[in-house]
Write a protein that binds this ligand. Structure first.
Ligand code: UD1
Length: 417
């Protein structure tokens, strides 16, 4: 198990290129199950979750080659309609194979994902939607067996705009008989990217990016070539790190519109923010002001940036609060930030932050991907040496993290334990 060692106190300055979006690449890779044709996906980040997905698709029956950031998926015999526990427990997004495999094979058996560090994360909205589309579902031995010899379009109203459920239903509906309408759909950019891919494959998806998505089922889909959108959570992490270290960083190959909520909070805090079509420059000009955030679905402030924002606010003079509304248990980083000297307290789904002058380095443990990012930012501003343990969480979502931070002037390295 590796650990990351940071000597804090260096301002981040310079230019850093963003990778392709992990959360967009995962469903797009899985969309390749909808066809036997070749699918070519560019701008795929080299991450542990992508490796897991590639292993998973190989298990199901695809032949995959990754060269640089381009992944080519080809057919390789018959598809297997199963997602075993070993793969699902490594990556919850594996449950997204339900949609395409139901559409193509009329049946699929997926290990039920357990809870995870940030909450229970059920998949009831996915399953209720498949039932509406004519599927029969049974739960045996930890596996959800779904059978739908003739998957049909349906009018589905989500009780919550779940990202995963929207993607799963889209992936099922494109090959279903008739029209599917999803009301209260998720509007995240990753949904729009997936819909773009499905339309390139010959599907008829309209309304992605709005609350109502309409899918007219087709009989067959074809191969595609697509470049994945930039990672908006990686982008938000670097711009927050820039402000936290009192630096001056230009993030390139990104989409400022996808992080508008984070940038507007940064501006309110007093950071200088300048955008072009695909770059963002964040400059620290003067001591920041405390700014309260409430996480929300897109276009609101992303839950995946909540922990990083908490680190930023921990060193801003004054009081702010951070309310988490998307996941019920996403404050595991609080205790670790407290160990570094942050003055933060949890009250229900809200954390009260009172800014301190300094934090000091210590060994800390990443509990999940974004908590890990928050601890790395904390290490960059802490006095002395911070060791971040359980780096494998970071490897799930940040491509070349230490290398990119080193380019910006950070004193950060990875060592094998
Ligand atoms: C995706 C992202 C994750 C992000 C999250 C919210 C991927 C691979 N992951 O996760 O990084 O934090 O969106 O932006 O894209 N829920 C239910 N029943 C369901 C489905 C979800 O109750 O059937 C609840 C969840 O427990 C959670 C909330 O809805 O509290 C949001 O979940 P969802 O939008 O589905 O997130 P994911 O797709 O799992």
């Amino acid at each position: 198990m590796d650990k990351i060692i940071i000597r804090g106190g260096k301002k981040l300055t310079g230019t850093v290129r963003m990778s392709g979006s992990k959360n967009a690449a995962l469903p797009i890779l899985i969309a390749s199950l909808l066809t036997d044709d070749e699918c070519i996906i560019d701008n795929v980040p080299a991450l542990a979750d992508i490796d897991t997905t590639i292993r998973f698709l190989t298990y199901i029956g695809k032949k995959i080659v990754m060269r640089g950031s381009t992944v080519t998926v080809r057919s390789h015999g018959r598809l297997k309609p199963t997602a075993p526990y070993d793969l699902v427990r490594k990556m919850r997004a594996s449950t997204l194979v339900m949609g395409p495999l139901l559409g193509r094979l009329g049946r699929v058996s997926v290990s039920l994902p357990g809870g995870c560090a940030i909450g229970a994360r059920p998949i009831d909205i996915h399953l209720e939607s498949f039932v509406k589309m004519g599927a029969e579902i049974t739960l045996t031995c930890g596996y959800v067996k779904t059978i739908a010899p003739c998957l049909s379009g349906a009018h589905i109203h989500f009780r919550y705009p779940s990202v995963g459920a929207t993607e799963n239903v889209l992936l099922a509906a494109v090959l279903a008989k008739g029209t599917t309408i999803i009301e209260n759909a998720a509007r995240e950019p990753e949904i729009v990217d997936l819909a773009d891919v499905l339309n390139k494959m010959g599907a008829s998806v309209t309304g992605a990016g709005s609350k109502k998505i309409t899918v007219r089922g087709v009989k067959k889909l074809q191969g595609f070539r697509h470049s994945v959108i930039p990672d908006r959570i990686e982008t938000a992490t670097y711009v927050i790190a820039a402000a936290a270290t009192r630096g001056d960083v230009t993030v390139t190959h990104t989409n400022p519109r996808h992080v508008a909520a984070v940038l507007s909070h940064l501006k309110r805090a007093g950071a200088g923010v300048q955008c072009t079509n695909d770059t963002i420059r964040v400059v620290w000009k003067k001591p920041l002001k405390p700014v309260t955030v409430t996480t929300a679905v897109f276009p609101g402030f992303p839950t995946d940036v909540q922990a990083q924002w908490m680190t930023l606010m921990s060193l801003v003079h004054g009081k702010s609060s951070i309310r988490e509304t998307v996941f019920e248990n996403r404050f595991l980083h609080v205790a670790e930030l407290q160990r570094l000297g942050a003055n933060i307290h949890i009250k229900g789904n809200t954390v009260q932050v009172t800014g301190v002058k300094n934090i000091s380095g210590a060994p800390v443990m990443a509990s999940d991907l974004r908590a890990g990012a928050a601890l790395v930012i904390a290490g960059l501003i802490a006095e002395g040496r911070t060791e971040v343990l359980r780096v494998y969480h970071l490897d799930r979502g940040y491509e070349h993290l230490e290398k990119k931070l080193r380019t910006l002037g950070a004193d950060i390295r990875r060592v094998a334990q």
